[in-house]
Every structure is written in C-alpha cells, then in structure tokens.
Design a protein around this ligand. Structure first.
Ligand SMILES: C[S@@+](CC[C@H](N)C(=O)[O-])C[C@H]1O[C@@H](n2cnc3c(N)ncnc32)[C@H](O)[C@@H]1O
Length: 346
C-alpha cells in the first residue's frame, strides 16, 4: 500500500514548520495531478527528491483515509499534517501551496500509517483539547480520550456551584483528569479531589495537573472505598464512569475497541454495574452534602434507570441532553438547605 512511487516535480524549495515565518515559494513547474493509486507522500523515489505541497498531501491523505472507511478524514488529515509541521490547521490553508520538506513529511507518513491502523488522532498527537479554550490535556492509551459530551457535565456543575464559595468537589473515575481540571479551570476556589481505580490513569491525570499548575488531590480508589469523606460531605460528586455493556465492546469502532482502556469502557452486563455501585456508596457513606448533588454521565437509554435509582433515595432528579439530543447527564440533588457561602476545605 505504501510501496509505490510516482514521478513528481523536482524539489525546488521546502516548507519550514508553519510556526516559523516563511517567504513566498519560488516559482515551480505545474505539478501533475497527484495520483492516489498507492503512492506514498512521505517517500522520495526514482533517485531524486519529490515535492509535495501542503494541499497535495491533504488531498492525498483525505482520499486514502476515506477509502479506508475513516469518517472525518479531511479533519484528521489536517490535524496530522499540522502536528507534523508544528503549525495550526488554519496555517495549512495559508500555506496551501508550500512544498513540505522531507523531515516533517516523513513524520506525517508515520502518523498517517497509525491513523490507517485506526489509532485515534488524540493518541497520535498525544493531546486533546477539552472544554475551555486553551485547556489541553495530554492523553495516551492509558486513558479514555475526553469526549465533547462530557463538556455538558462540566458546564452543569459549574452552573450549579455558582452560589457556593470554595465548594468541595469529588471527580470519580478521573481518567486524564479532564473533568477535574476543567472544573479547576472554571473554579479556582474549589477544593477538588479526583480518584481512579487505575494507577496508569492517575499517572496521566497527575502529569496533566502538574503541567497545568492545577492544585488537586489525587487518590487511587475503587469508587469511594479509598476516599475520606470530608465532614459535611461533598457539594458535588461528578462521574463519567464506564457505561458500555460488556457484550457491546467488541462491536465498537476499532478506535475505541482496540485502543481505549477496557477499564474505562466496560460497565458490566447491563452497562450500569459501576454507576449502580457508586450510587450505593454515596448513600452508605453519606458522601453528598445536604443540598449538594451528584452528576453522572450515562449512555444512550440509561438516564431513566439511573434517575429512578436516585429518585429512590428521595433525591430530586434532572437530566440534560448532549449535542445529539441524547439524555446524557443525570443530576440527583440531595434534599437539604441550599448550600451557599464559604465552605470548610477538604
Ligand atoms: C469513561 S472513563 C472517563 C474518564 C474521564 N473522567 C473523562 O471523562 O474523560 C472512566 C474512568 O473510570 C475509571 N474507573 C473504572 N472503574 C472504576 C472504579 N471502580 N473506581 C474508580 N474509577 C474507575 C477508569 O479507570 C476510567 O479512567
């Protein structure tokens, strides 16, 4: 698939990484239209250099990824080329006709190979933006790639805690630290604790917190079992726990099934095994402050069951939908006086 070469124009100039200013390209002979029949945009062939422009590389890769059944192929191609060049996607448009030098082109070739093997772009880049502009998380195969749906949960929690000064918040199943770090970004005064059962995930979350200079307490814990519940409880317990039925895991897209950690996905036979345990522990440990709330991300079709469980505790239940109008976040508020004003720390 990557072995054939096609004749290209002789190299006239090369593209510096877009992050550095570049002058206009020297004139060059019109290039023949790229052939997609197995050519490899990262290799030089026939004993001479080949020149590929940014635009040609994008077109070639878009076509290649599409043929391999990858959705969003154009966006992925742009992400990978911008990453290889150390520039933004926007700069690719400005530099559309620039030739790309050998080194970034070779890097790009490696990234495209990985994407063709269905590795998620976030793992290839080792990063993913989440929730707030500029909040970039480092991610790898030890953690779930944070999803846009989860941003609804973060928005709701931030909204809910507006009247509470220095709220105590617990993120259960923190993974990359996405939710906790987005909450820290939105609420500097919050006392935040983040737990995960996976030491690997915690290592990623801790590294993200250190890089972002975010002050959080991390604890390795099976749900609440290793957590010291603060006096008065948490004002918000937030969780995006695994919620996929074990039997469905093999049917998921290869990006998820083959690359994301099973412990981040597998919710047992009905998908709700972990969430049900958390709700039991919230009650047994008296973990939520009166007037405080739990926010749970759930899968399609699960909100009513989870809402009913919280209702059985006598809690008030609300549900919010995601961008696709799927009921995605369930909030259960424990009855009690509304929590306002400054709170004791963790
Ligand atoms: C769906 S991922 C979510 C990660 C992150 N909160 C996010 O939204 O991107 C679920 C996380 O829960 C963790 N987890 C699974 N079972 C757990 C348990 N019993 N106790 C604590 N964490 C658990 C997994 O290790 C994983 O990091």
């Amino acid at each position: 698939m990557w072995e054939l070469h096609i004749g290209r124009t002789t190299q006239l100039s090369v593209l510096s990484p877009c992050s550095h200013p570049v002058s206009s390209p020297p004139p060059r002979a019109p290039a023949p239209p790229p052939s997609f029949g197995g050519a490899d945009p990262g290799r030089s062939g026939g004993g001479r250099f080949e020149t590929w422009t940014v635009g040609e590389l994008l077109r070639w890769t878009h076509e290649k990824l599409t043929r391999s059944g990858i959705g969003n192929a154009r966006v992925d191609a742009e992400h990978l080329l911008a990453f290889a060049l150390g520039c933004t996607r926007m700069q690719l448009y400005v530099e559309h006709d620039r030739p790309v030098e050998d080194e970034p082109r070779a890097r790009f070739r490696g990234y495209v190979r990985r994407r063709l093997a269905r590795e998620p772009v976030a793992y290839i880049e080792g990063r993913r933006g989440f929730h707030a502009l500029g909040l970039e998380l480092e991610v790898d195969r030890r953690v779930l790639v944070p999803r846009p749906e989860t941003e609804h949960l973060v928005d709701w929690v931030l909204e809910d805690l507006r009247g509470v000064t220095a709220p105590r918040v617990l993120d259960v199943g923190t993974g990359s630290g996405a939710i906790a770090l987005a909450l820290r970004h939105g609420r500097e005064d919050a006392a935040l604790m983040a737990v995960d059962i996976s030491e690997d995930a915690l290592a990623v979350a801790r590294a993200n917190a250190t890089r972002l200079l975010a002050d959080l307490v991390f604890v390795r814990s099976d749900l609440l079992l290793g957590v010291d519940i603060p006096t008065g409880g948490f004002h918000a317990v937030v969780a995006n726990l695994p919620y996929i039925c074990s039997g469905e895991l093999a049917t998921l897209e290869p990006e998820v099934a083959a690359f994301e950690p099973r412990i981040a996905l597998d919710g047992g036979d009905d998908g709700l095994r972990v969430i049900a345990r958390l709700i039991d522990q919230l009650r047994e440990r008296d973990a939520v402050a009166p007037g405080g709330a739990v926010f749970l991300e759930v899968g399609a079709g699960q909100a009513s069951t989870v809402g009913a469980w919280l209702g059985e505790l006598g809690w008030d239940v609300d549900v919010r939908v995601d961008y696709a109008r799927i009921p995605r976040v369930v909030r259960g508020r424990r009855p009690g006086p509304s929590v306002e004003g400054p709170q004791a720390p963790l």
